[in-house]
Design a binder for this molecule. Structure first.
Ligand code: RIB
Length: 293
């Protein structure tokens, strides 16, 4: 079983379902409200564990009811939370608007995630024993960089989802083995809108890239290989929140099992296609048997 460590965020998603997202200054009446455990880090951990990985999570929840629920969601999915701290103050929250097309807009308030500024004793030992370290950009960048450097010291494969899109600290990309942006994040990093051209530009900084393209599938490019485009299953999306995280979690499990990249991308696309057909982030992530089916 693939050993995966996720160093990342936990958020309670406060989700409003609306026909159409409001413009700035506008008020709209929504249809439904839900609280759903999420956060890019926790989502990747849940997705990888449900897909069949052995997963440990490093991060923080707050001292509130949300924190208890976030921790419970991880453990209930089989994620080891021994290194998930409980920080003083509130848990991270994500204020999510989902429209009738299944698209979303999100504001994240970091809360406890903001306290994870570095690794603490014990973290590096667990990272060193893993096959892969999954990173995103919802923790302070000092912690992301420290995690990536620890993984590099121990020869552990580092997989970075550069989301939310933002300028990266110098040196971070040099520690990354596989970068998995969506097309907007890739464009933010390179200034190039076309995914193929953007992937080629990213290969100057990382050895391997998978760009997720939503309903259009995903694109793989590597320095020592050509470019492969894998289509996604055609499905009716009700909520795309967490789809990218589901893709990454499932992809890393499949790669850890030795599947070739195109097959791993197909499998991860199937997982993401299941996720978008259900509402919420962690609530919509499929189990291995569903992905296989
Ligand atoms: O990637 C989806 C996640 O982004 C949501 O669960 C939300 O918490 C935000 O962090």
């Amino acid at each position: 079983m693939t050993g995966i460590v996720v160093l990342g965020s936990t958020n309670m998603d406060l989700v409003a379902y609306v026909a159409r997202a409001p413009k700035l200054g506008e008020t709209v009446t929504g249809r439904e409200f839900r609280t759903v455990p999420g956060g890019k880090g926790a989502n990747q951990a849940v997705a990888a564990a449900r897909a069949g990985g052995r997963v440990a999570m490093i991060g923080a929840v707050g001292e509130d009811e949300f924190g208890e629920r976030l921790r419970h969601t991880l453990t209930a999915s089989g994620v080891d939370t021994d290194l998930l701290r409980t920080a003083e103050g509130p848990s991270g929250t994500a204020h999510v608007v989902v429209d009738d097309e299944g698209g979303n807009a999100i504001v994240v308030i970091p809360g406890a995630n903001g306290t994870v500024t570095r690794l603490v004793p014990g973290d590096e030992t667990v990272i060193a024993a893993a096959d892969a370290l999954l990173l995103q950009l919802e923790l302070p960048l000092s912690a992301v960089l420290a995690g990536a450097e620890a993984a590099r010291r121990h020869g552990v494969r580092t997989v970075l989802t550069p989301a939310p899109a933002q300028p990266l600290p110098p040196g971070l990309l040099a520690t990354v083995d596989l970068l998995v942006p969506n097309e907007h994040e890739a464009a933010t990093l390179t200034g190039i809108a076309d995914a193929h051209a953007s992937a080629q530009a990213l290969l100057r900084q990382v050895p391997e890239v998978v760009i997720t393209l939503g309903a259009a599938g995903s694109l793989h490019a590597a320095r020592d290989a050509g470019t492969v485009r894998v289509p996604a299953p055609r499905v009716e999306a009700v909520d795309t929140t967490g789809a990218g995280d589901t893709f990454v979690g499932a992809l890393v499990v499949a790669l850890g099992e030795g599947r070739p990249m195109p097959e791993a991308m197909r499998w991860a696309s199937a997982a993401a296609a299941l996720c978008v057909q259900r509402p919420g982030a962690s609530t919509s992530m499929p189990y291995r048997t569903e992905i296989e089916a």
